[in-house]
Design a protein around this ligand. Structure first.
Ligand code: SAM
Length: 201
């Protein structure tokens, strides 16, 4: 267990995380969310803040057998469950999203599902996404629910109170400052989804 209260919060919640958080309705909505990520077969993708790996089967389906999936989380407890999902053939990394131990330009896509507002330094994480992506690569930050619902949900828990999802303009500003050139906020009701691309040189 960690001395960091937010980390301790997620470590403690790891056992049974998906049973508590993935209702049948949430699972039914996941394929549409993953399609909006626009992942192509054969690419190398990193799932940042992967938790217990709820996305793994969907990511494997999207990138196919030729694709590579890496997944990162700062909670060792969450990663234990993620690493047990061997069928998805995912390489797991125990590290903070603010300092990802991978080489510059080594990824085609980065996805971040239900995790972005929890990062200690979101601007630094956006810079890490930009560093890791090849030119033309894409980053997606997504979460089911409206921004108000998400922010209110986080505020009900002391350890993650104030972990708020930025508004679309705030996301665009942060990712533009990190070097991204194209932003595609998705305003569909019932979900927050922000997709952005690293410019081709
Ligand atoms: C709400 S959970 C979402 C997990 C998973 N993506 C899902 O949808 O079930 C947020 C995750 O972000 C991780 N996390 C929080 N801060 C982090 C950081 N700075 N670096 C990496 N992971 C972090 C937590 O450990 C937790 O597993």
């Amino acid at each position: 267990m960690s001395a960091n209260p937010r980390q301790e919060f997620f470590d403690t919640l790891a056992a049974g995380w998906e049973d508590r958080n993935s209702t049948p309705e949430t699972r039914d909505r996941l394929p549409a969310v993953i399609r909006a990520f626009r992942l192509q077969p054969g690419i190398r993708v990193l799932d940042v803040g992967c938790g217990t790996g709820v996305l793994f089967p969907y990511l494997r389906e999207a990138v196919g057998t030729a694709g590579q999936i890496l997944a990162l989380d700062s909670s060792a407890e969450m990663l234990k469950w993620a690493a047990a999902k061997t069928a998805a053939r995912v390489v797991t990394l125990h590290a903070p999203a603010e300092a990802i131990p991978l080489m510059d330009g080594c990824l085609d896509a980065v996805v971040c599902f239900c995790a972005f507002p929890h990062f200690r330094d979101t601007a630094q994480v956006a810079r890490e996404f930009h560093r890791l992506l090849r030119p033309g690569g894409s980053a997606v930050v997504a979460r089911p629910g409206t921004r108000d619902e998400i922010n209110a949900h986080h505020d009900r828990h002391t350890a993650i109170a104030g972990d708020h999802m930025a508004c679309p303009v705030g996301m665009r500003t942060m990712f533009t400052a990190a070097g991204f050139t194209r932003a595609h906020p998705d305003g569909r009701p019932g979900r927050c989804l922000f997709r952005t691309e690293k410019g081709k040189r």
